[in-house]
Design a protein around this ligand. Structure first.
Ligand SMILES: Nc1ncnc2c1ncn2[C@@H]1O[C@H](COP(=O)(O)OP(=O)(O)OP(=O)(O)O)[C@@H](O)[C@H]1O
Ligand SMILES: [Mg+2]
Length: 252
């Protein structure tokens, strides 16, 4: 199963990706979590040690040059569009508690697709991870998914858009959903997060007509307190874990 998780900033994408990764791993699945958000914090949420010391693939200049034939930052009229990537996961993925992790870093953005070596390598790598690996792959993504590329988008089984009760989050969800359809990623579901009341749940349902909701995760102050106290987030709310278990069941 290949899942991509997107949504407005701060809605809870990384928390959902982390908990799903943990639940899949605990249920015996082989899991690869990919941080494809430029503001990478999946490693920290998953409890990897010294997350600030992890170098994202997009910053491995020698690797990018070796594989694409072009130095990052340079534009060139020719570089390898299908760089070799199949050995990269074994060399660069980190592993903890049965979860493998790869941190992609920032993709360059350009109008109609940017032809730079970083993107060529990242797109080839993500597509390889989605297509060739016999694992549950879960991508933590920012709201802008347009640079994903069609080949990568095609390899995603389901795009999960996280929303919180609020207009901006709903507007972002509608925009992501439109982008997703444009790049050939039609299988979309929604998860409501930070839900405090029945009214908030209904707000999301009525403002996202036609969307399939996989679940509604409650707001829990325990997560916020754990964050402030720098304690591990993933075990701090049983209510949230229970609902993500239901989402896991709905997915499998
Ligand atoms: N259900 C919840 N109840 C309370 N707090 C939550 C809940 N879900 C997420 N949070 C808090 O909201 C903040 C944002 O969560 P998270 O980092 O998972 O979001 P994100 O969408 O990945 O953000 P970003 O766009 O910055 O990557 C965190 O401090 C997290 O602890
Ligand atoms: Mg995040």
């Amino acid at each position: 199963m290949k899942l991509a998780v997107s949504g407005k900033g701060g809605v809870g994408k990384t928390l959902l990706v982390s908990l799903l990764s943990k639940i899949f791993a605990e249920s015996g699945y082989s899991v690869l979590a990919i941080d494809a958000d430029p503001n990478a914090n999946l490693a920290a949420t998953l409890g990897f040690p010294e997350p600030e010391k992890i170098t994202p693939i997009s910053e491995m200049k020698e690797l990018i040059e070796e594989r694409t034939g072009v130095q990052p930052g340079k534009t060139a009229s020719f570089f390898k569009l299908n760089p070799k990537v199949d050995d990269i996961p074994e060399k660069y993925a980190l592993e903890r508690n049965g979860i493998k992790l790869m941190v992609m870093g920032r993709m360059k953005k350009g109008g109609s697709g940017c032809y730079c070596p970083e993107n060529a390598l990242l797109q080839a790598l993500v597509t390889h991870l989605l297509l060739a690996r016999n694992e549950v792959v879960i991508l933590d993504m920012e709201a802008g998914i347009e640079h994903l590329g069609r080949a990568t988008a095609k390899a995603v089984d389901k795009l999960i858009i996280v929303v919180e009760p609020g207009r901006r989050s709903v507007e972002t969800a509608l925009r992501i959903s439109k982008l997703a359809q444009d790049i050939g990623l039609p299988n979309i579901a929604v998860v409501g997060n930070k839900i405090r009341s029945q009214a908030e749940r209904e707000f999301l349902i009525s403002n996202l007509p036609g969307f399939k909701f996989l679940g509604f995760i409650p707001y829990d102050q325990a997560i916020v307190d754990a964050d402030l106290a720098n304690l591990p987030l993933l075990d701090s709310s049983q209510a949230i874990i229970n609902e993500v278990r239901n989402i896991f069941q709905a997915l499998i």
